[in-house]
Design a binder for this molecule. Sequence first.
Ligand code: NAG
Length: 248
Amino acid sequence: MAPVLILMTFLLPRGAGAEEINGGHEVKPHSRPFMAFIPFVNDDGKRHRCGGFLVKDNFVLTAAHCRGSSMRVILGAHNISIREETQQIIPVAKAIPHPDYNLKDDSSDIMLLKLERKAKRTRAVRPLRLPMSNFHVKPGDVCYVAGWGMLGPKGKLPDTLQAVELTVQRDQECLSRFTGRYNKATAICVGDPKIKRASFTGDSGGPLVCKNRAAGIVSLTYTDGSAPGTFTRVSSFLSWIKLMIKHS
Ligand SMILES: *[C@@H]1O[C@H](CO)[C@@H](O)[C@H](O)[C@H]1NC(C)=O
């Protein structure tokens, strides 16, 4: 089984049965006001979706492998099947993938989206704080991932925002699992392999939130949704993020 970028991947349980990927839950509407829903069209002409999160009034952070055309950002959403009054739909003016993003090993899987206009801050729309450069997550830390990509055992996509708690793992777990595709300087290994339910619920690009900060970005997992998976380590990209925000 090959590791894949979880671009709207339907995560199916390994084998039949007992262990369902079902660790997530619907969140209280608008309790994660930084969340962005990002529909786009891929090179293959198909429609895809990613998650992301607001970091400045006119910038959203997501994964580099979420790049496509006709990108839009929907802020303030809970149920993405309806046009909620709280929603702000803003086209992307410029997608800025990290220059080191590498398709071969999925390193530096991070991208900034400059919005065509500033989002209006409301109770449903508010940026998430970036970590400090000395912010470190360590094995055992419990964080959460939020997204609309959360998948039940039948591969069903929810229309409301879901979240799941995940535990940070030792780098060794991912070094052996994602041979050659895990760099501990720029990635975080997340998800306890012993807890079968705790799989990825977020679409690619969604945030890993630790202590109310954006510690990681959902990047790579196995097609069967088994843990752990890799997340882009946001604290390793702070100077790039700040530079891009300043000069774009
Ligand atoms: C979301 O909205 C759709 C369309 O109105 C509705 O059918 C669905 O039940 C809603 N989802 C939830 C979980 O409330």
